[in-house]
Design a protein around this ligand. Structure first.
Ligand SMILES: [Zn+2]
Length: 165
């Protein structure tokens, strides 16, 4: 098992943390199924590997606005210490219209987007890059599903254990 420590930034509401924990700690379908032991650090003075924040779009523009391909996206900065996962708040509350969900899963479209985006960004923090989709198969979590999937490209999938890369 790889031990990996995260904590939430102060601005993440408790109900959002609780939802994210449900995805991040999922033993059968989440990163733990692939050997990553994700540990939440509660004490803010303790060291952690990555900090997860929800950022208003104005803050995202300040942080990453110079990089056009990151505009409107959630971003993981794996060069920072600790690393940072900055989730685009606008997208969090209103998933991008191109995001497709798989209705057969026991998640609403919004929940599926939340699960996907948290797992995807955590994947970057764990060292994964982007993956290519295989037509008709489950989309890798490390494929940029925020930019749309569509049945012909791959089948929307928010879970690393189904297909990570
Ligand atoms: Zn990405």
């Amino acid at each position: 098992m790889v031990w990996f420590r995260f904590r939430f930034g102060r601005n993440v509401p408790e109900y959002v943390r609780e939802e994210m924990r449900g995805y991040l700690f999922h033993k059968q379908l989440g990163w733990p199924a692939l050997g990553y032991d994700l540990v939440e650090v509660l004490n803010t003075s303790r060291k952690c590997d990555v900090v997860i924040r929800l950022q208003p779009s104005a803050t995202m523009d300040e942080l990453y606005g110079d990089i056009s391909k990151l505009r409107g996206m959630s971003v993981t900065d794996s060069g920072a210490r600790p690393m940072r996962i900055d989730l685009h708040e606008t997208n969090w509350f209103t998933p991008p219209s191109v995001f497709r969900h798989k209705p057969e899963l026991a998640l609403t479209r919004t929940q599926q987007y939340h699960c996907y985006v948290v797992q995807h960004e955590m994947g970057h923090a764990l060292g994964y890059g982007h993956s290519k989709p295989v037509s008709g198969q489950a989309c890798p979590v490390m494929y940029q599903q925020t930019k749309g999937t569509g049945g012909a490209i791959c089948v929307a999938n928010p879970w690393p254990a189904v297909r990570a890369e």
